[in-house]
Design a protein around this ligand. Structure first.
Ligand SMILES: *[C@@H]1O[C@H](CO)[C@@H](O)[C@H](O)[C@H]1NC(C)=O
Ligand SMILES: *[C@@H]1O[C@H](CO)[C@@H](O)[C@H](O)[C@H]1NC(C)=O
Ligand SMILES: *[C@@H]1O[C@H](CO)[C@@H](O)[C@H](O)[C@H]1NC(C)=O
Ligand SMILES: *[C@@H]1O[C@H](CO)[C@@H](O)[C@H](O)[C@H]1NC(C)=O
Ligand SMILES: *[C@@H]1O[C@H](CO)[C@@H](O)[C@H](O)[C@H]1NC(C)=O
Length: 355
């Protein structure tokens, strides 16, 4: 399955070479050259911009993530969500988005969806496409796409917003002049025994235990000023034999070299199963402030053994917009409370919903 998508993507990439297709929610389609500016209705600078990817079957999760943004949105702040997915999935994604809009939910009035075809700068394209899953390395090239004018939040498809996207965007204001990339730790202090970086990995990483690429705050203006993509390509050539987590490893290598460009994002914004090992929560900010964004990495939104995570994702998928209360009721209906609250990780998730 992946291979088919991969081949399709590769072919599509060769055909479109330096152009990407942009489809507006008003259903216009047009090509956009790399390095070319496009205006998208609202003044780009002032909007919240979220980028996500959903190639192949992960489109299901990407649309669920979008739905969670609509559900948790707090204000009317204009927000653009850019979803990279194969052209043959655009129709389905648009239909789903339209069905969300028909509910007139709070977020529906202020969130606009843009569909894009996965795209890579031509001469680097082949190299990167071969590197990992389709779509997965797209995040590394966002600064090459001038449609994204200043800053973007990037989230993996397997993410669920429990806190408003506005709150995550506000983290940009906490960055100092040199900080350009915000990421949460891959492992928290005290989890050395379980860590990938420093134990199994053979590449430089952000101390103390590496960073996770599932949620990224990227100030593209700053990254463009320092030839970010050029350095990543160089690092890829140097380290390609040693990469386990591919694009995440590359970001670790990059930020290891440029600690002044790294902004530490709280783990409550990238809450994963690895935060709740051995009946203890090692994500302090989630314990103190609640879980803000759930990241179902390593298939935790699918596996039966990680049902507290799977149920959160399923509940979002199954509720009808608009009401937030319905999500709570759905979770209660699923015995989320009684079945999941006995695990520490689950009770934190439960509280995030019920507060
Ligand atoms: C949604 O809002 C529009 C415009 O305000 C209105 O015409 C429509 O009836 C509303 N739909 C629902 C389902 O409330
Ligand atoms: C990104 O950095 C530029 C240049 O320092 C700055 O003007 C802009 O406000 C920053 N964007 C955000 C969202 O913080
Ligand atoms: C921004 O903060 C980081 C981390 O504390 C630091 O390394 C860097 O020097 C700071 N940059 C500026 C311009 O103050
Ligand atoms: C991040 O977490 C730390 C530790 O719990 C906390 O002190 C800090 O206030 C948090 N920051 C935000 C923005 O929530
Ligand atoms: C969940 O479990 C915790 C500790 O195990 C308990 O204190 C809390 O009351 C439980 N919450 C619910 C809603 O059952």
């Amino acid at each position: 399955m992946i291979t088919n998508h991969f081949v399709a993507l590769l072919l599509a990439s060769i055909l479109t070479s330096v152009t990407i297709l942009v489809t507006y929610s008003s259903y216009e389609s047009f090509s956009l050259s790399y390095g070319q500016q496009f205006s998208s209705g609202t003044e780009g600078q002032k909007r919240i911009v979220v980028v996500t990817v959903g190639c192949g079957k992960s489109i299901y999760f990407a649309l669920n993530s979008l739905k969670s943004i609509l559900i948790s949105k707090r204000t009317d702040a204009p927000t653009a969500v850019y979803l990279f997915t194969e052209k043959n999935q655009h129709g389905m994604a648009r239909e789903k988005y339209d069905s969300f809009l028909r509910s007139n939910c709070t977020g529906c009035r202020s969130v606009e969806l843009f569909l894009l075809h996965p795209s890579y700068p031509s001469e680097k394209g082949r190299l990167w496409l071969k590197m990992w899953r389709p779509c997965a390395t797209q995040r590394l090239f966002l600064s090459d796409i001038s449609a994204f004018t200043d800053a973007v939040i990037y989230v993996d498809s397997d993410t669920i917003f429990l806190a408003p996207v506005e709150d995550l965007w506000e983290q940009f204001a906490l960055m100092n002049d040199s900080q350009a990339i915000g990421m949460a730790s891959e492992h928290e202090i005290g989890m050395e025994w379980d860590a990938h970086y420093g134990r199994l990995s053979h590449v430089p990483f952000v101390p103390p235990l590496g960073v996770n690429s599932g949620v990224l705050l990227m100030n593209l203006t700053k990254l463009r000023a320092v030839n970010f993509v050029g350095e990543l390509v160089r690092d890829y050539r140097t380290y390609k034999e040693n990469l386990n987590y591919h694009d995440q490893d590359l970001l670790n290598i990059y930020l290891h070299r440029h600690p002044d460009r790294f902004f530490h994002l709280n783990c409550s914004w990238n809450y994963r199963m690895s935060h709740c090992i051995k009946r203890r929560c090692n994500c302090r900010s989630a314990r103190d402030h609640g879980v803000r964004l759930v990241h179902g990495n390593a298939k935790t939104f699918i596996k039966k053994t990680t049902q507290e995570f799977r149920w959160v994702s399923d509940a979002i998928a199954q509720v009808d917009l608009p009401a937030t209360r319905d999500v709570k009721e759905e979770l209660i209906r699923r015995s989320f409370k009684t079945t999941v609250n006995h695990t520490f990780c689950g009770s934190l998730l439960f509280n995030a919903f019920m507060s």
